[in-house]
Write a protein that binds this ligand. Structure first.
Ligand code: GLV
Ligand code: GLV
Length: 341
């Protein structure tokens, strides 16, 4: 009897993922995992991807022409994120490589963090916490005072949501719970029933900026959206406005945001994403009052991060089985090559 063993396709994953997804993938793939907390250095990434069939990538891995050209067997890139601006998707498509992401499962986590930042800036939570733990409250002898640590109330205020995708809508739902008015800007308008359900009014970007008490960004980073928000936009905002970004840092021109905060064109900002990450120690943003900064943790809940790993596994297993992956971001690729190895 002749036993033919078909070698499993090779999969390289650029970081350990939480939950059981990687174990599950070992049934289908020969899996190698980069087990360090920092991303594989460029030369290591290039050499590791040279003879693989599938890649599990993170937003910190640059998947460009050079990498794709160097990996002649690569058939699928399964990104562990909803955003995929680190991947040259057009080039991957041209080369017949499937690209998938992990939408949906991190929507609520990101909308929660958005509200955490809104409330932290509006109610001065970080400053208040520091006041207590530094002993300054004790030293002040003032247990309670009518004008101590006053902030801004959300009820009746207008939230301007730039980008009404899944995350933008989840932010709108939360805003309704807080009694806020919702306005939004996007490339297209929502269907009428969705505008009604979310009580959301469409406004052109400039109108949204002039009208909103909170401005929050929920769009992907693309060539069209890079530096969408610049000096002239901050100048349109109310002097009492709070600016929130949990999407991608590159959507905002950072030096203009710093200028807006330094010159008090706006009241404050809550930022989870930056043009360069990690944010440099002593960056001008770290010196400003009324700014709350978090280290790109929008999807950082156990629930979301495990579900994202499961989505990566589902996408890779579907491809292995010759099915179209559920979260395919470049459907045009199907015309170039069928799914499967
Ligand atoms: C994280 O930023 C993501 O895009 O999922
Ligand atoms: C991402 O999930 C979005 O569409 O907002």
């Amino acid at each position: 009897m002749v036993v033919i063993t078909i070698p499993k396709p090779k999969l390289f994953i650029t970081r350990e993922l939480p939950g059981g997804a990687i174990e599950k993938l070992r049934k289908y793939y020969e899996v190698e995992v980069w087990d360090k907390p920092t991303p594989p250095p460029r030369d290591v990434l290039l050499s590791k991807t040279r003879d693989i069939d599938a890649l599990g990538s993170l937003l910190t891995d640059k998947i460009d022409k050079e990498l794709i050209d160097g990996s002649s067997r690569l058939r699928i890139i399964a990104q562990y994120a909803v955003g995929y601006d680190n991947i040259d998707v057009n080039y991957a498509t041209a080369k017949g490589i499937y690209v998938t992401n992990t939408p949906g499962v991190l929507t609520d986590a990101t909308a929660d963090l958005t509200f955490a930042l809104i409330l932290a800036v509006a109610r001065r939570i970080i400053e208040a916490h520091d006041f207590v733990v530094s002993g300054k409250w004790w030293e002040s002898k003032v247990a309670w005072h009518p004008s101590m640590m006053l902030g801004i109330e959300l009820r009746g205020k207008t939230i301007g949501i730039i980008g009404m995708g899944r995350i933008g809508k989840a932010v709108a739902r939360r805003a309704l719970g807080f009694g806020m008015n919702v306005v939004y800007y996007d490339r297209g308008r929502l269907p009428e029933h969705e505008e009604e359900e979310l009580k959301a009014r469409y406004l052109p970007l400039e109108e949204l900026l002039k009208t909103s008490d909170i401005v929050t960004v929920h769009i992907p980073l693309t060539q069209e959206t890079r530096h969408l928000i610049r000096e002239e936009h901050f100048k349109l905002m109310k002097r009492t406005a709070i600016f929130i970004n949990t999407s991608r840092g590159g959507i905002v021109k950072t030096e203009d945001l710093v200028k807006a905060l330094e010159n008090k064109w706006i009241y404050g900002a809550g930022l989870d994403v930056f043009e360069e990450e990690p944010l440099q120690a002593n960056h001008p943003l770290t010196k400003l009052p009324n700014v709350v900064l978090t280290p790109h943790i929008g999807s950082a809940t156990w629930e979301a991060r495990i579900a994202m790993a499961d989505a990566v596994a589902e996408n890779l297993i579907a491809f292995y089985e010759g099915r179209i992956p559920p979260n395919l971001v470049n459907p045009d690729v199907v015309r170039i090559r069928r799914p499967g190895f």
